[in-house]
Design a protein around this ligand. Structure first.
Ligand code: G3P
Length: 218
């Protein structure tokens, strides 16, 4: 499973750009709003740091407005920009229109299998089911991932699943085990993915023992 970083923070993205396990970035209007720069400025910076898919979200609600924003965002770096679209009828119309122009899309705010089916039928390149927000509200995000993976397999949809709204290490593990193509993960959770208390204590013991051997060889 591929891992993207879910942030618009340039410091975090710069650091993650050196990590071999991070291959893309997703942003949304709320993440952009925290950074005090315009969306265009932020996406331009990210495009210089990451040579992988970068999701940039439109905010218009009508087809025409979304298409105008999509073309502006895509022009920032056509080799990398993915247009993030809302899970609405208008959003899906735009996903289908951009598919015909060979512009990749990421349909976001997916909370059900029926929504996933419609997005895949509309030729979304990526689809973002929101795990954390489902679990926060008492639904079962693992079941949703399982069902979307089944839909993909049943009908051979090429749409890639991005497990989003990740809150924990376990969300990432479950998404991978159930067959999600990608998980987009906040910086803090990415850092936690690599650490384990037994790795830390094991390393500390090795360091002490290596020091004993070093003394013998002096
Ligand atoms: O980028 C979309 C998604 O990952 C947002 O997550 O934490 O706001 O539910 P969250």
């Amino acid at each position: 499973m591929k891992l993207f970083i879910d942030t618009a923070n340039l410091k975090e993205i710069e650091e993650a750009s050196h990590w071999p396990f991070v291959s893309g970035v997703t942003t949304n209007p709320s993440l952009i709003a925290k950074e005090g720069l315009s969306q265009k400025e932020i996406i331009e910076h990210i495009a210089k740091l990451i040579d992988g898919p970068i999701s940039a979200e439109v905010t218009a609600e009508d087809c025409e407005g979304m298409l105008t924003q999509a073309h502006e965002l895509y022009a920032i770096k056509p080799s990398n920009i993915v247009i993030k679209l809302p899970m609405t009828v208008e959003g899906l119309k735009v996903a289908n229109a951009l598919y015909k122009e060979n512009i990749p899309t990421n349909v976001t705010l997916c909370f059900s299998s029926s929504q996933a089916l419609l997005a895949m039928e509309s030729h979304a390149t990526y689809l973002s089911p929101f795990l954390g927000r489902l679990d926060d509200n008492g639904w079962d995000s693992a079941k949703l991932i399982e069902e979307i993976v089944t839909l993909k397999r049943n009908f051979g949809y090429p749409t890639k699943i991005i497990a989003a709204s990740i809150r924990s290490v376990r969300h990432v593990e479950v998404a991978a085990l159930l067959g999600s193509d990608i998980a987009t993960v906040p910086y803090k959770v990415l850092k936690k993915l690599i650490s384990h208390p037994l790795t830390d204590s094991g390393l500390a013991t090795f360091a002490v023992d290596a020091e004993k051997t070093a003394k013998l060889t002096k």
